[in-house]
Each structure stands twice: as C-alpha cells, then as structure tokens.
Write a protein that binds this ligand. Sequence first.
Ligand SMILES: Cc1cc2nc3c(=O)[nH]c(=O)nc-3n(C[C@H](O)[C@H](O)[C@H](O)COP(=O)(O)OP(=O)(O)OC[C@H]3O[C@@H](n4cnc5c(N)ncnc54)[C@H](O)[C@@H]3O)c2cc1C
Length: 343
Amino acid sequence: MVGLTRPTGAGDIIPPVTSEAWGSQPTSSTSGVSPSAALRHILLWASRRGQIKRAVTSAPVTRDVVRRFVAGETIEDAVAVTRALTGEGLTVSLDHLGEDTLDARTARAAVAAYCSLAGRLADEGLAPMAEMSVKLSAVGQALDESLALDNARLICEAARAAGSSVTIDMEDHTTTDSTLRVVSLIRQDFPSTGAVLQASLHRTADDCRALGVPGSRVRLCKGAYQEPASLAWQRPDDIRHAYLRCLSILIGGSALPMAATHDPKLVEATGRLVSDIGGPGFRHEYQMLFGIRPDEQRRLVAARETVRVYVPFGVQWYGYLMRRMAERPANTALFLRALVSRN
Ligand SMILES: Cc1cc2nc3c(=O)[nH]c(=O)nc-3n(C[C@H](O)[C@H](O)[C@H](O)COP(=O)(O)OP(=O)(O)OC[C@H]3O[C@@H](n4cnc5c(N)ncnc54)[C@H](O)[C@@H]3O)c2cc1C
C-alpha cells in the first residue's frame, strides 16, 4: 500500500477505503518537463490556433468525436439531446459553452442564450428534468463580480419562470471566494440554486461544513483545474480520500449532495455513504458528463438512482474540449478512455 496523506478532521466520518481498493495511480513527474506539462502546452497552443481549429472542426471524424461529448451548436441541438436523455429516465444540466468573457456585451449574449433555452425547455415540457449550469466567468465575473451576480440572477429568474433551476459551476481557485459569495447572495432569492465544490482543494472540507445544511444542493467534483500543491491535493488517492470526507460532511449535514464523478470506486462508495450516514430515502444524485460512461449512467437509472447528465452545447466547443483536456492531464485520459469504452 502506498503511503497516504489522509486528510483528517475531528468529527468527520472517514469511510474505510484503502488505496488498494482504489488501485494505484501514476503520479506526474516532478523534475524537468513532465509529459503531462508538455501535453498541456501543446493543447493550449492548439486551442489558440485558428488553422488547427479549422482543420479539426471540419474533419468528419472530429465531428463524430465531438458529438460524443457536446450536444451541438444550437439551442435546438441541446433541446433534442435533452429530450432523448430524459426519455431514458436521466435528468440533465445544460451548459452553454463560453467562458472568460471580457466584455459586457458578450456576457449579455450568454444571459440571453440561457433565457431562450429556459423558454424552450418550458415549451417542450422538459424544464422539470433539466436544470442549467452557469459559469460566472461567462457572465462577466472577470469584469465585475456584481455584474456577474446581476446576470446570474436574470438566468435564475428565467429558470424559475420556466420551472427549472440553476447550478453555478466552480472554476479555478482564484475565483472560489467570489463564486461562493455570489451563490450565497443568489440563494437568498433562489434557494434551490446549486453550488459546486472541488474536493481536491484543501479548503473544501470547511466549505462543505458551511454549505452542508438541509436542502442545500451541492455538486461535489474532484476539480478540473491544475492547482498548486500549496492549495490542493495532487495524488489521486489523496483526492479520493478528500472527496469521500467532503461527501460525508455533506450527507451528515443533510444537504442534497450531487456526486459528480465517473470514478467507479467513488460511485460505489457514494451509495455506501448515503445508506450508512443518510439512511433510507436520503435524497442525492449522481452526475456525469455527456458521452462519458453512458452505460454506467443507465445502470444507475435502472437501479432507481437519480442521474444527471451534464450536457455542454454551443459554438465554443473547440476551446471547451481543448482547455478541459489541457487543464488537467486526467481530463485528457477521461475523454480518451470514453472513446474506447461505454461503461
Ligand atoms: C457533472 C459534472 C460536473 C462538473 N462540474 C465541474 C465544475 O463545476 N468545476 C470543476 O472544476 N470540475 C467539474 N467537473 C469535472 C471534475 O472536477 C473532474 O475533472 C472530472 O469529472 C474527472 O474526474 P472523475 O472523478 O470523473 O474521474 P477521473 O479522475 O477522471 O477518473 C478516475 C478513475 O475513473 C475511472 N474512469 C474514468 N473514466 C472511465 C471510463 N470511461 N470508463 C471506465 N472507467 C473510467 C478510471 O479508473 C480512472 O482512474 C464536473 C464533472 C462532472 C461529471
């Protein structure tokens, strides 16, 4: 068994999961230029190259691959995928692609896209099964936090009028405090708004205590961004321990935890923790990305679990895929593995 730096805290329930049970994971090299760092540079470079983008987006094979992970470019594409998924008993969270908005006009366009989407979901009778995921960076967070707050409120209003709801995505650690502030203000008027916490950050156990209160919808993920070792667990086993500890806190606080992971060991452990700590009928859901482990999504639905599929759509899919892969080497592995396996 490899040595584990197990994050602990008085009073928290630490589930009995060992590194053997999870299987050992390679860690990235710490000297010289690691393969993952080199890959990241290549992907980020490629994400900015217009010629590469044109070549990638026009190749027929790419379109098929992209369609595995992105619903399409239009609201109608998003609605069609939502209809198909909800027809199979899944629920959905729709993400209009676009982030790092640096002008108010683009932020307004993102708000308008979400408001139109909410209207279409209502028209189609899909709103109760489909929420919307919003990145504050897409609605102006980098320009001004209060602009992002106002814009997010407009989307929440449209969602409520449609009979849907919103979860505010979490981005890199420089935005965590701002995002949690905005979520807390939004929840004063829209209490069902979901928050996202990233288990890999050291601070997250405390954030789980703050947000782990009855009725609070909290998506718990590992975290998609490459964060410094001073702020975040780096080794896969440490991240998993932190994940389960955070999940235990959320369940113990009677929040509504939304376990966003494809990791088979974490999916299995979630079921165990929910039944051990939450007890029978405890409300929770599983969340996975569109195109990743689709057979597992359906297996959970057949086992009467609530499963929400995160469905990105919009014209900015190229940057989304490239940056998601560049942000964390594990994300590249996630997409590549999904291409060769359905479960
Ligand atoms: C619904 C959803 C919403 C998210 N929202 C956010 C957000 O707001 N902010 C954020 O920072 N991040 C978000 N993420 C991303 C998340 O933080 C992780 O980067 C991402 O999910 C990868 O971690 P993982 O736990 O899924 O598994 P990984 O760490 O990628 O994989 C762990 C293990 O799972 C197994 N595995 C993975 N894929 C497969 C497969 N196809 N078949 C079989 N086994 C497989 C392998 O054993 C692998 O070692 C979200 C993820 C989801 C699912």
